[in-house]
Design a protein around this ligand. Structure first.
Ligand code: ATP
Length: 590
């Protein structure tokens, strides 16, 4: 299983996926932050009003009523502005969030619609569903809540600090001592060693998830073969490893974290303010009433450092999610021709020096030259891993060759419009996917306008008609909801689908298609019907199929080592002859 989409920590050294993906929404985000900043600063007005009231009322001499009321009204107005702007910011943030999520999902859907089918079929459905669902949702805290956190954490303390400076710069310096202490601890939490521990922890969590998924997925097999303990082992090892990593991480951080918490705690801040204030007041360097703003606003100054911790988790989660979204968006789509070539002339297929490698792996096909003539059946035989499935999957363009070309009726597959290719090539491969739709719709997937007569005709060919009409809603029965089909039945549906498509090129894997005798019978009947003009490529596992083929190709280690009619190859007494004799002795398919 490809691990590209597995949960993986975003290394601090990687380019930040957040910047790239969110750049187009920068202005919107800036507007949300600006509204929040105005609201946050206005929100200080009530506090400052209380301070000002305290000073006005405590000052010696008569109370200036006008001044007092002005202060009260200013405080109330500030509160109103704060409500208005933070409300607007929150509303705009949520709108922007909805817009970003919708656009991410649209981009993902568009990209998933264009990635190679082979890339999709190698992935668990859940894996991609998580990217489109949960990972996109993970931007919500970032867009909808981060601005308010940012303002509470940085803008409000900054404005408070400026105000306090105007009141008494000496006590201001004393008030920021706890914050300075806490900030001094931050680098200790971000040393390369701590970051490595954090990364190990993330990786450990990834290992636990994978081990748990593997364990749950394989549970039936494990139970049947009594290997429960062995299967647990990977999960237990991952969990034990994680517990060790967690302890190391916690040990490394606990001292610093505790010291930081102490420095930021309200009693410590108040203590600093009170000691500093008492010294200044008793020395006659500051009026007693001036202590009030420090007591009220001083506690808020610690918010930025505390917020560093709080917002960090959400931020990290969003970064990881955006990293996975970026990975999907970065999958190279199969190029669609801008100006599709003219329709192919006939359906002769020609492979010229075709090479193919999965990702960065070794070449699975190492130079295949092969011509498939219309009206002929070509059978591929070869040991496991020789590249048979890879070869046949190139015809419906699950992937493009990494080198060389495949032409259909003289036109390179890459120059054909997708629809044209799929009308021409139909296939029956291992991974039978049925839709949660009616049986008729499933059968007519490639030919949506097919009449019921045609649907019934192919269902009869694969011996499914009787089974279908026994169902309460017959051909309208929804697969997966009203009826659960057996594996063999599902395969017969996929064969019937290919038959109904009646494409001039048929590519199939016999091992899968012949899962049960009825399916085998159905397929043989179908193959027999193709005596006409159809081009057929089949991964053959049975002597009967091989004997009936016009051409047999022996594939070994990504290369064609023998080719010819069955009789010619038998006469050569090479690999094919060995395959033939071993099957004759066993008389059983693999
Ligand atoms: N999705 C994949 N990702 C990476 N490598 C792959 C993938 N599928 C196949 N391979 C590799 O490509 C080579 C050819 O595999 P392929 O499945 O085409 O052989 P095969 O002849 O069809 O085997 P079998 O008869 O067992 O199905 C093998 O080395 C295999 O490990």
């Amino acid at each position: 299983m490809d691990s590209q989409l597995k949960a993986r920590p975003v290394s601090p050294l990687e380019p930040d996926p957040m910047a790239g993906l969110l750049r187009p929404y920068g202005w919107g985000f800036a507007a949300v932050v600006l509204l929040q900043v105005i609201g946050g600063i206005a929100g200080l007005a009530p506090l400052l009003a209380v301070v000002e009231l305290g000073r006005a009322l405590l000052a010696p001499g008569p109370v200036d009523h006008r001044h007092v009321w002005t202060v009260v009204i200013a405080g109330a107005a500030g509160l109103f502005v704060r409500l208005l702007f933070t409300g607007a910011s929150s509303g705009a943030g949520h709108l922007l969030d909805g817009h970003v999520q919708l656009s991410f999902r649209r981009r993902l859907a568009a990209r998933l619609g264009r990635v190679p089918i082979g890339w999709l079929s190698r992935r668990r459905t859940g894996e991609l569903a998580n990217v489109v669902g949960q990972d996109v949702s993970a931007v919500h805290p970032l867009i909808a809540h981060f601005p308010s956190r940012l303002v509470t954490a940085f803008v409000v303390p900054l404005v408070s600090l400026i105000y306090l400076f105007t009141v008494d710069w000496r006590l201001t310096l004393i008030t920021v001592i706890p914050v300075a202490l806490a900030v001094a601890f931050v680098p200790l939490m971000m040393t390369p060693r701590r970051l490595r521990e954090q990364q190990t922890l993330d990786e450990g969590m990834g290992r636990i998830s994978s081990a748990a998924v593997e364990f749950v997925q394989g549970i039936a097999v494990v139970k049947a073969f009594g290997g429960g303990e062995r299967a647990h082992r990977a999960f237990l090892a991952a969990a034990d490893g994680f517990a060790g990593d967690l302890a190391r991480w916690a040990r490394g951080l606990s001292g610093t974290a505790a010291a930081m918490q102490l420095a930021l705690s309200p009693p410590f801040v108040l203590l600093a303010v009170l000691i500093g204030g008492a010294l200044l007041i008793t020395n006659g360097a500051m009026a007693a009433a001036d202590l009030l703003p420090f007591l009220l606003l001083g506690l808020g100054l610690t918010a930025p450092v505390a917020a560093l911790g709080h917002g960090f988790d959400d931020l990290q989660a969003a970064r990881r999610a955006l990293g996975r979204i970026r990975d999907v968006l970065a999958v190279r789509p199969l190029p669609e021709p801008e100006h599709p070539a003219a329709a192919p002339r006939g359906h002769r297929i020609e492979l010229r020096d075709v090479r193919f490698a999965y990702d960065d792996g070794p070449e699975a096909l190492r130079g295949i030259d092969l011509v498939l003539e219309p009206g002929t059946v070509t059978a591929i035989v070869g040991p496991s891993g020789s590249g048979k499935s890879t070869l046949v999957q190139l015809l419906p363009r699950f992937f493009d060759p990494t080198h060389g070309s495949i032409t259909l009726g003289g036109v390179d597959l890459r120059h054909l419009a997708g629809g044209q290719l799929h009308r021409t090539v139909s296939f029956v491969f291992q991974d039978v996917r049925l839709l949660r739709a009616s049986i008729a719709d499933n059968l007519a997937l490639a030919v949506p306008h097919a009449g019921l007569d045609d649907v019934i005709r192919v269902a009869r060919l694969v011996h499914l008609h009787d089974r279908i009409i026994e169902l309460p809603r017959g051909y309208e029965t929804v697969i997966g909801e009203e009826v659960k089909l057996s594996g063999g039945e599902a395969q017969r549906i996929s064969i019937a689908r290919a038959l109904l498509a009646d494409a001039p090129v048929l590519v199939l894997d016999e091992a899968t298609a012949f899962a049960d005798p009825r399916t085998e019978q159905a397929l043989r009947a179908a193959l027999a019907r193709q005596a006409g003009d159809r081009t057929t490529l089949i991964i053959a596992h049975r002597l009967e199929t091989v004997a009936g083929a016009d051409t047999v190709v022996v594939l070994e280690n990504g290369l064609i080592t023998e080719r010819g009619s069955p009789a010619e190859l038998l006469a050569q007494d090479g690999k094919f002859a060995k395959f033939w004799h071993s099957h004759q002795e066993g008389d059983q398919p693999r």
